[in-house]
Ligand binder design. Structure first.
Ligand code: GCU
Length: 678
């Protein structure tokens, strides 16, 4: 069923975008260009109502369907297509789509909702979903659905693996909006609604983004995102009043500092009326913060929140705070404890327009970590969960690693904070504790590479992140399948093969990486490639404590760092007990001898050997599967992924040999199967 006419008779930016996207998308998908009527900014809606009627007439004279877009409030036509109860069921950014033989209505409470509806409709068309009798309602699970760029003004991207920044170049904010507009479209098409456009590590020039020297160009970027319903945020430097404001201090309780932030916020909102707010990394990894002045995180966050509140802005304050100058000899200090220890005492002290952004795990985006125990521990505080779409520790977009299953595990983890059924997803979205704000944030994986993500299949992670932020109940498989169909078409072999590759990829990557939840074992700084002791004698708090008898970190209350006790029961008890800790996390919670027998029936050492041999075989299988699709995938894309899959095998072999050799030498225990270990 193709579409003859699109009409939208409201003066609304996102609705105009929705209509244009529909027209463009349908033209591409069906080869026919529908007529498209929208209302010009500032014109009265009565004329448009007339034109809508004439469009319906034109549509019924032809074989095509007409599509009407609009909000319940702004369009009588749209309103009358739904009962009052149906209208009431649509949340602020949700939508309903209803079709009969002749027409289709995409309706929302707001223009943003209509825009998401339009993209959803395109998704249905593209995946070949039958449209007759279509009647769907979708509301987003999370209010905040944010992406964080770790881009620097010099054009580099911290932990970026897909080229240079699309926002900056040679110490200038770009004026070329082409990629930025496409990115805005891409984000909106998966339901994302917020973006921070600069690195959380705010350097010298980026500190000045808050000044007249940069604001006009930032406002220009905000315009592009606004058309797609995406609010713009900036990462800010807590010491800005001191570093660029000419003040003697950045103390959050100093009146001059408070006034400086108020004036700064006002100036930002003058240029960007719907500015989202500030994202802050404070007192972490050498970033300045309130500690310098003997103040705490609540003092710091609230001061910024008060400056933003009159304009409707929020502060997103990161909980990635720990001592990064630890002495490796000290076995009492435990980095995993840090976020909880810092923020639990502050629960209830943060303003309503502050959100604490908590990384999914207590350490730092490793291939395997338990869920951060901070989820569920601060019921009187707004929180957001932070994921890392960019594959810093998960193969840097040279290895295939579909991360949606990892995120789902975190989201489905039951914290028991309010008894059974207190999953992390219900804490992140704010519902469990009835919080005003909640949501998702994630570090982006895109750059200016033509395919956005370097590894073509890494796009599935960005796509999946957006879809999951919208609907946490979607399965990893369903998201993978959608992405494959939208990207490579609906050929069954293609869909099944790539979906399978995606689903296998995280377990494969994990099996040749650091074993059993211990993490790291990577080359310092750039974090690519194996180096078992790379961080063992460093200040970063990331140790495995392997010796000739055993390996792992004792995080029990009984004999270790006490970290396991930060969870609620029954999780605390489960992690405290070696017998009850799941295999994949055993070395995260316990120091065990190499001969310790896992639930799988294998010893730890034999598990290490087996997993690393299997991991390489898994990587080889990925390439074989991809090769079976030659001719069914565009040549350039096939070749690009192919060379990365080949590299992944070579690199997996390196991981296997380094890890296995290290543990053979440490333990002196030989492989039961006598395979080659060096
Ligand atoms: C990781 C990453 C850093 C980043 C930090 C953060 O440690 O390696 O590059 O700055 O996370 O989340 O702030």
């Amino acid at each position: 069923a193709w579409t003859e006419a699109i009409s939208a008779d409201e003066d609304d930016l996102c609705i105009r975008t929705a209509a244009a996207e529909l027209a463009q998308g349908l033209t591409r998908l069906t080869g026919r260009t529908p007529s498209c009527r929208t209302q010009a900014p500032g014109s009265a809606s009565s004329t448009a109502a007339g034109s809508a009627a004439s469009i319906s007439a034109a549509a019924s004279a032809s074989a095509g369907r007409s599509v009407r877009l609009g909000t319940f409030e702004g369009s009588a036509d749209v309103r009358e297509s739904f009962s009052e109860a149906e209208r009431a069921s649509v949340a602020e950014e949700g939508f309903r789509i209803r079709a009969d033989e002749r027409s289709l209505v995409i309706a929302g409470t707001t223009g943003k909702g209509v825009l998401y509806g339009a993209f959803h409709f395109l998704r249905l068309v593209q995946t070949g979903t039958p449209l007759d009798g279509l009647d769907v309602l979708h509301n987003p699970a999370n209010g905040l659905r944010m992406i964080d760029q770790w881009d620097n003004i010099d054009g580099s991207i911290e932990r970026g693996y897909a080229g240079r920044s699309i926002f900056y170049r040679d110490n200038e904010i770009t004026e070329d909006m082409t990629r930025i507009r496409d990115y805005a479209r891409l984000l909106a098409s998966v339901g994302l609604n917020a973006i921070a456009i600069n690195n959380v590590n705010v350097h010298r020039l980026e500190t000045m983004f808050l000044t007249e020297a940069y604001l006009p160009r930032i406002a220009r970027i905000a315009d592009e995102f606004r058309a797609f319903g995406v609010r713009l945020f900036l990462s800010v430097n807590f010491a800005a009043p001191f570093e660029i404001g000419g003040l003697p201090t950045a103390d959050p309780l100093d009146e001059g500092v408070q006034a400086w932030w108020r004036a700064t916020a006002r100036a930002v909102y003058d240029g960007i009326p719907d500015f989202g707010g500030f994202l802050v990394k404070a007192d972490s990894e050498f970033r300045p913060g309130p500690f310098t002045y003997g103040r705490d995180h609540a003092d710091g966050a609230n001061m910024l929140a008060d400056a933003l509140a009159p304009h409707g802005g929020i502060v997103i304050w990161r909980c990635f705070v720990y001592n990064c100058k630890q002495d490796w000899r000290d076995r009492k200090t435990d980095r995993a404890r840090a976020a909880y220890d810092h923020f639990v005492p502050l629960d209830g002290r943060f303003r309503d327009n502050v959100m604490l952004q908590i990384k999914n795990g207590p350490m730092d985006f490793q291939v395997r970590e338990p869920v951060s125990p901070l989820f569920g521990a601060i019921p009187d505080t707004n929180v957001a969960i932070e994921f890392q779409v960019t594959q810093e520790y998960t193969g840097q977009q040279r290895h295939l690693c579909y991360l949606v299953p990892q995120w789902k595990e975190a989201l489905d983890f039951d914290t028991h904070a309010r008894g059974e059924g207190s999953e992390v997803k219900r804490i992140a979205d704010g519902s469990l504790f009835d919080r005003k704000l909640g949501g998702f944030a994630a570090v982006s994986n895109i750059g200016d590479d033509a395919n956005w993500t370097g590894h073509p299949l890494a796009q599935a992670n960005l796509y999946g992140y957006g879809r999951l932020a919208w609907d946490t109940d979607l399965s990893s498989e369903a998201i993978a399948e959608e992405w494959v169909k939208l990207t490579y078409g609906s050929d069954e072999r293609v869909v099944e093969t790539i979906r399978g590759m995606l689903m296998d990829s995280w377990p494969i990557y994990e099996s040749y990486n650091a074993p059993l939840g211990i993490g790291w074992m990577v080359k310092p700084n750039h974090h690519f490639g194996p180096d078992v002791d790379g961080y063992e004698y460093s200040m970063w708090g990331t140790y495995h404590f392997a010796d000739n008898r055993g390996i792992g970190v004792d995080r029990t209350v009984r004999s270790g760092t006490g970290y396991a006790g930060q969870y609620r029961q029954p999780n605390a008890g489960r992690f405290e007990s070696l017998a009850d800790t799941p295999d994949e996390l055993v070395l995260f919670f316990h120091h065990v001898p190499y001969a310790h027998v896992l639930h799988s029936g294998k010893t730890v050492i034999q598990h290490i050997y087996d997993a690393h041999f299997e991991g390489v075989e898994g990587a080889e299988a990925l390439l074989a599967k991809w090769d079976s699709l030659a001719g069914l995938i565009g040549e350039a894309d096939h070749a690009a992924a192919r060379s990365r899959l080949q590299e992944q095998i070579r690199h997996a072999e390196e991981w296997r040999d380094v890890i296995n050799t290290y543990f053979l030498r440490k333990s002196g225990i030989t492989d039961l199967h006598n395979r080659t270990i060096y």
